[in-house]
Every structure is written in C-alpha cells, then in structure tokens.
Design a protein. Sequence first.
Length: 287
Amino acid sequence: MNASTARSALVDGTRTSLLSSSGRGWNGFGAELLGISAGTHRIAGGEQHRIGVHVGKPVRANCVCDGKRLARIQAHGDADVIPAGMDGVWADDSDCTILRIWIDDAFVKTLHEQLELKPSRARFSMHLQLRDSRLQHLAWALHAELQAEEASDALFAESLCTAMLVRLLGRVPSLEARAKTFAPKAAARLTDYIEGSLDQRLTLSELAALLDISVPHFKVLFRETFGVPVHRYIVQRRVERAKSLLLTGRISAAQVALEAGFAHQSHMAHWMNRLLGVGPSELMKAK
C-alpha cells in the first residue's frame, strides 16, 4: 500500500512520508518512515505483509486488529506485525513516528519453501507490540539505510529483510542441522562468479541458487566461510577493483564506478573513503 492509499484510509489522522526506499532498487520489500498525527487511523488490508516499528518517545495507543484489542504504551522499538489482507484500526493519543516495512507475499513464500517448513509454520503471523531486541536491531539497520545519503548495495537491504523474516519464524531446524561452511569447490565457484559479475546487480537469491541452497542457509555459510557478510564481501571486492582501475589512469572515475559495480561516482567515493580511508582523487594523487 503506497502513501496515497494510506491517506485515503484515514478517519481523522494524517500520515506523512518522511523517508522512503523508493528508487533504491529494493525488490519484493521496502520501507518508509512515516510521521503519524494524533487521531484514529483505519488501515485496510493490502497485498503486502507489514511490520510497523515505533520510533521515538512513548505514545499511548489503542488498536483493534483481527478482532483483538490492545491498549498499550507504545515504546521505542515496539513492533506490530500484520499479515497481508488484515484490516486494523490504530488510535494514537499524540503524534508519533513509525518505520513501516512491507514485504511481498511472494518473497515470504519463497523463503518458506527454501526452508522446507511444515505447512503449519509456513505463514506470516500477527503480533501486536512485539518486543524483540534482534528484530529491533535489524529494523534500525533498515532505518539507517533510509537515512543514508549514499545507499549501500541493495543486496544489504535484502539481507536485512531476509534476516527479519527468519527471526519472526523462530528456530529453523533446517538451518541448525546443516554444514557450517562451504566446501572448497563451492567457495571457489562462488568467488569466481562474484568476480565476474561485480559490474552487475547481484542478489542473494541469485547467489544462493548458484549453489542450490536457501538464502538463509547461504548467508550463514558465507559468513562462516569468508568471515564477513556477503554484502560486505562484495562491496570490498568492488572497492578493490575500483582502486586497480583508477591506478591505471586509463578511464575516467565515472567509468571506473560503473565498471566496478557502483551506482555512480559519489557512491564509489563513499565506499572508498569508508574502507580505504581515501577517496578517488586522493588515491590518484598518491600513485
């Protein structure tokens, strides 16, 4: 549900989009920071699952969802998890801010299938005022992505969203019982593929499919094998490629950014400064 649709569903409250993931290349999920005025808000069930995380000072609120009523003090980090198609009414006594995360049902179903979950667990369940420190940590990481002037690779946001879903599922036996690292041949195949595709958009689903494993299992094995999350490894390799290309002096910095897989020159400069401590211009002067 987009911001304009949300506004049409209101009774006497208003919602204002403060930040949005629109245009960041996130597929199958997204996030938006919303300014919510005091009042009553009727939200119709849409085609996407929703996670609403309270940001900032506590607010007294009441909600009715799926026939359940809850009067609460909504504190920083409290989350409401609402499945697709489920209506709800929220009444806030004062203005507040909500981080709204939406996830396509197809994204959720694909994860369930990959984890080979029993039908009884293969669903997105409702939770009101959920307090979970790990889920909060992931939500704040997505929030930071919305605030960042220079976005990370979309693969990082995809990794965060996948981790949130796994956290909501609880313990997943299929992840706990399998091998803890990639076999050497599998690791070599993966790194060769990444090196040959740095100038393209890479996704977790694509990389996991290369080794015929689920995305959550892939993330666990990658970190255990290489010592860093997959998105970090890829951006490090892109920075190293950019450094090598810049030092040759054969093409412009703008062209280097594209060939190394960055969205644009300033995106490349951001990550070079962050990982190397110097930007493209400083690197060129020092050669």
